[in-house]
Write a protein that binds this ligand. Structure first.
Ligand SMILES: *[C@@H]1O[C@H](CO)[C@@H](O)[C@H](O)[C@H]1NC(C)=O
Ligand SMILES: *[C@@H]1O[C@H](CO)[C@@H](O)[C@H](O)[C@H]1NC(C)=O
Ligand SMILES: *[C@@H]1O[C@H](CO)[C@@H](O)[C@H](O)[C@H]1NC(C)=O
Ligand SMILES: *[C@@H]1O[C@H](CO)[C@@H](O)[C@H](O)[C@H]1NC(C)=O
Length: 256
């Protein structure tokens, strides 16, 4: 140590290049002096000094890092094989711990994320996986965060990206959904028809009560036809109208 300091003072202006180091705003330097962690925690951001030959240091990036968890084949609780992938966002919270307690915090976190994904999904059945992504993400985040605590790593977010079902099951589920939709459509159509026929019956009842109503309807239809089609329409004289003044018409005489 003394030798090193002596060397520094002798070669003073030039030795500054070796002594003074800089880390960026988002980085920290963990310094080991003769193999021991320097007390006072990680240095930075900005300038810091090291003693050449005696100190060694490593820079740690404190920014949030994201990575894709490759698709994991998982057997769900109800024995369906699904392929699930996710995205994990994490950052180093304690630079000292991420250097001193784990060899490669990136790689370890990635591997742990894969196994955690498998473990969490193995306890769920298919309908839960499909409908409760939010809570699965939360569960994964909390259990992953707890496990990475000793490494000084904070897992901020986990997002389940995609749940891929086997093709056969996809087809079966699509067919089921289609059948359900069709059944519902049929029910709706039948209900509509029922209502329509009831309304029609009521209308017929009303018309039956007064034959004049029927005549009016007849005239109305004629005017509608003539309004719609700009052409000359020839129709026989509505005898019923005349008969109305003579005697009561019978329904089978009403025709064009
Ligand atoms: C990081 O962890 C070390 C060891 O557990 C502790 O002494 C230090 O205070 C922690 N630093 C921060 C910023 O929490
Ligand atoms: C972790 O990944 C980040 C970004 O990819 C990188 O900057 C950092 O050096 C890596 N850390 C280790 C210990 O490999
Ligand atoms: C899935 O599990 C939940 C609770 O564990 C249960 O209520 C549900 O009925 C299960 N669904 C199927 C399809 O097994
Ligand atoms: C109807 O037809 C007559 C003769 O063909 C034409 O003069 C008239 O403009 C037409 N009216 C409409 C509303 O199309």
């Amino acid at each position: 140590m003394i030798l090193s300091l002596l060397l520094i003072t002798v070669t003073l202006p030039f030795s500054l290049c070796l002594i003074i180091k800089v880390v960026q705003e988002y980085e920290r330097a963990v310094i080991f002096r003769l193999g021991r962690l320097l007390s006072g925690g990680a240095k930075g951001p900005g300038l810091f000094c090291i003693v050449p030959c005696i100190d060694s240091y490593s820079k740690v990036d404190m920014r949030t890092v994201s990575f894709d968890v490759p698709p994991q084949e998982v057997l769900t609780k109800d024995s369906v094989t699904v392929a699930v992938d996710a995205v994990v966002y994490f950052r180093v919270q304690n630079a000292t711990m991420s250097i001193a307690n784990v060899e490669d915090s990136n790689r370890s976190t990635k591997l742990l994320a894969q196994t955690t994904l498998r473990n969490v999904l193995g306890t769920k059945n298919l309908s839960e996986i499909l409908s409760e992504r939010e809570s699965i993400s939360h569960l994964m985040q909390s259990s992953l965060d707890e496990a990475t605590d000793p490494w000084g790593v904070k897992v901020e977010r986990v997002e389940v990206k995609d749940v891929r079902l086997p093709v056969q099951l996809q087809r079966a589920m699509a067919a089921e959904a289609e059948a359900t939709r069709e059944a519902r459509a049929k029910v709706i159509a039948a209900e509509g028809e029922q209502r329509a026929s009831r309304a029609l019956k009521e209308a017929a009842d009303v018309m039956c009560e007064s034959h004049v109503a029927l005549q009016l309807r007849y005239l109305q239809t004629l005017s509608t036809i003539s309004a719609e089609k700009n052409s000359t329409i020839i129709f026989p004289l509505p005898i019923d109208l005349l008969q109305n003044f003579v005697s009561r018409p019978s329904p089978d005489k009403i025709h064009l």
